[in-house]
Design a protein around this ligand. Structure first.
Ligand code: FAD
Length: 433
């Protein structure tokens, strides 16, 4: 875990590296792991000290597990809670859907509080060789006269002493605030809504060892009477607690949903013996934005690469962002390592331009379809139409839906569901980057 000696770095000003990573969430720590493993001298700067809270549902689907395994994180150690799949609850029905047996992804998910998860991943980055400095708040990118990034300015330590760090490449992994990207003029696409989500921990012996991630699709907004344009969750943590929350797109006319009111309306519907009542609350209710649908582009400009929430990489299908953050981080790290093997100048620049191209190749059409589904369905009616009683009664339809929502496909095509989903995504016209 992270120790005092990581705090604020050395006394020397203008510390240098080949790559600076801003933010040690899943995106930043994963980028640092992959860069360090590729032999790149990487400096990971984090404004907080570890361990720290991060508002999240703490749910990890097989795509996240895949990334953890690729990084060599020991997921058999104590503290990881495995799950078999998802349980969807809607209109008085419920179905359990096991994670699919795919050749390319694990067949289980995990949960782990972000309090532990981020600490562990940052320590993993340091063990891989990254220099981690905590309590360093990056204030802006440094640029040369041509506008190319040459490092970052920051404040460090309790006295907020100003400091500069230099590197020819910077990875912005600073989350939803996207401060580093904004400083370089990379604005969010305002046509894309930003969802919001809130979570609270409860002590619940009845649910803490549930083998499924439970999701509720028939919730209402009590102040408007409309369907919640999102869903609720109860995720088991295996340590006596559950993570309970709601995520929602803005309602029609872009009005934000009152998540607290919706949660207070929902919880009394849950069985009393689950214990999700005030007296068992283990935290306050906290919320945060969900930047989704690849809402900040391009993901590379003038020496700055965006990964994770800073690039709006949360899936519009599910609200999941950890897997996407770690996967994009690996792509970015590989492209950076190859780019650094070229001399600075147009040839290196050409290599770095491959990053947005690769993100677009992997996710462009899938996210575009998801953005459409979010606009036309989720933001108006939530997930209830997808979980129509006929769908709930049809295992093949349900399995297809679950794999669409969680991006659970094999490539090359392995079964009929893969074939359907690949064909569906291929129908989406590619967007100009
Ligand atoms: C309520 C809620 C529930 C969610 N549930 C899930 C879920 O169950 N599963 C899932 O996959 N996703 C979930 N998400 C989404 C997920 O939390 C994010 O997609 C994910 O954290 C993105 O990782 P990141 O590394 O890009 O950003 P973050 O996790 O936000 O990390 C950014 C890091 O950068 C640091 N930082 C910020 N600014 C600076 C600065 N100026 N200088 C230095 N450091 C800085 C921050 O302190 C932080 O450590 C949820 C989100 C919310 C809000």
């Amino acid at each position: 875990m992270i120790t005092e000696r990581d705090e604020a770095g050395s006394d020397a000003d203008d510390e240098e590296a080949q790559v600076i990573v801003v933010g040690a969430g899943p995106a930043g720590s994963a980028a640092a792991v992959h860069l360090a493993r590729a032999g790149v001298d990487v400096l990971l700067l984090e404004k907080s000290g570890f361990p720290r809270e991060k508002v999240c549902g703490d749910g990890l689907t097989p795509r996240s597990v895949y990334q953890l395994v690729r990084m060599g994180v020991d997921i058999s150690a104590p503290g990881w809670m495995r799950n078999k799949g998802m349980r969807w609850v809607c209109g008085g029905d419920q179905v359990e859907l096991d994670w699919p047996q795919l050749g390319s992804l694990p067949d289980f998910g995990l949960t782990r509080s972000r309090h532990d998860f981020d600490d562990l991943l940052a320590a993993h980055a340091r063990a891989a060789g990254a220099r981690l400095h905590t309590r360093v708040k990056v204030t802006a990118p440094l640029t040369d006269r041509a506008g190319n990034v040459t490092g970052v300015t920051a404040t460090r330590g309790p006295g907020q002493e100003p400091v500069r760090y230099r590197a020819p490449l910077v990875v912005a992994a600073d989350g939803a605030s996207a401060r580093t990207a904004l400083a370089l003029g990379l604005e969010r696409d305002a046509s894309r809504p930003v969802a919001a989500a809130a979570r609270r921990y409860y002590r619940s012996e009845a649910r803490t060892n549930d083998p499924y991630l439970e999701l509720w699709a028939d919730l209402r907004c009590p102040n408007t009477g409309l369907d919640l344009p999102g869903y609720g969750w109860v995720f088991p943590l295996g340590d006596g607690r559950v993570n309970v929350g709601l995520g929602a797109l803005p309602q029609r006319q872009r009005r934000a949903v009152d998540l607290r009111a919706a949660l207070e309306h929902w919880l009394p519907r849950l069985p009393a013996h689950w214990g999700l009542r005030e007296e068992n609350a283990d935290s306050s209710l906290r919320s945060a934005p969900l930047p989704m649908g690849l809402n900040r582009r391009p993901q590379y400009r003038r020496g700055l690469l965006l990964v994770g929430d800073s690039a709006g990489m949360i899936s519009p299908w599910s609200g999941e962002g950890i897997a996407e953050a770690m996967e994009a981080a690996e792509v970015a790290a590989e492209i950076i390592a190859l780019a650094l093997a070229r001399p600075a100048g147009p040839r290196r620049e050409h290599a770095l331009q491959q990053y947005p191209a690769e993100i677009h190749r992997r996710w462009g059409r899938y996210y575009r379809l998801g953005n459409l589904a979010a606009d036309l369905v989720f933001s108006r009616y939530g997930f209830r139409p997808l979980l129509h009683p006929r769908v709930m009664a049809s295992p093949p339809l349900l399995r297809t839906l679950a794999r669409l929502l969680t991006h659970g496909t094999d490539e090359p095509v392995h079964d009929g569901i893969d074939a359907v989903l690949h064909a569906l995504v291929r129908l989406v016209p590619a967007r100009r980057r």
